[in-house]
Ligand binder design. Structure first.
Ligand code: ADP
Ligand code: FDM
Length: 212
């Protein structure tokens, strides 16, 4: 019998919403349940393209805005063969940021339409579930100062939040909005429930293409 495919599960949200914390907890919970599962994060700073992005985010280099958008997108496309292989082998992938961050962050810059920003990611493996960790800027501020990286400012993060709110309205994507202001354990419970549901549904469905 052919092996059932893994699910593609994405966590999105503004800075400090808890994506990294929850990715790790979901990984552990699914592993404990005996499932094959791995975490990926974008940008993947380990590749050659990822190193260019990392230097830009750390303000060690300057890149033209369209150029860096294309690099973020290329950084996802270069991982697609590996992602497809793992999903086909039955491994569920938990992804910390994906094309939605790509579109939300670039379109928060002046002169970029959301449509243009989405184009470069059209056709990527479509997530079976995208959980948006919803947290107000005021609550995010209580979780500590912003770091030193590019984009880590209140003004920019608010603009990004508005772009995410537009993206969430797209019914072609299985969005679930998660109240990220709850305790780590309570947020985890919500995320785990949605994820197990998505894994059960995805195993009998072909992998889709995003925004196509
Ligand atoms: P992100 O990856 O979205 O930027 P992190 O998971 O790194 O967010 O969390 C940012 C900070 O907030 C960390 O210090 C983390 O311990 C804390 N944090 C995460 N989730 C919660 C929560 N539900 N309640 C309070 N603090 C949290
Ligand atoms: N980011 C992330 C983008 O601008 N575009 C993208 O496609 C992706 C995946 O890079 F500010 C931004 C979002 C964030 C930064 O930071 C990556 P973390 O701390 O590695 O998530």
């Amino acid at each position: 019998m052919a092996c059932k495919r893994g699910a593609l599960i994405v966590l999105e949200g503004v800075d400090k919403a808890g994506k990294t914390t929850q990715s790790k907890k979901l990984l552990q919970a699914l592993q404990q349940g005996g499932r094959a599962v791995e975490v990926l994060r974008f940008p993947d700073r380990t590749t050659t393209i990822g190193q260019l992005i990392s230097a830009y985010l750390e303000k060690k280099s300057e890149l033209e805005d369209h150029t860096v958008h294309l690099l973020f997108s290329a950084n996802r496309w270069e991982l697609v063969p590996l992602m497809k292989k793992k999903l086909e082998q039955g491994t569920t992938l938990i992804v910390d940021r994906y094309a939605f961050s790509g579109a939300a962050f670039t379109s928060a810059k002046p002169g970029f339409s959301l449509d243009w920003c989405k184009k470069t990611d059209e056709g990527l493996p479509k997530p079976d579930l995208v959980m948006f960790l919803q947290l107000s800027p005021a609550e995010a501020a209580l979780r500590g100062q912003f770091g030193e990286e590019r984009y880590e400012t209140n003004v920019f993060q608010r603009a990004v939040q508005q772009k995410f709110e537009q993206l969430i309205k797209d019914p072609s994507v299985n969005w679930q909005v998660i109240d990220a202001s709850k305790s780590v354990e309570d947020v985890h419970k919500d995320i785990k429930t949605h994820s197990i549901n998505a894994i059960n549904i995805a195993q009998n469905l072909p992998l889709g293409e995003l925004w196509k």
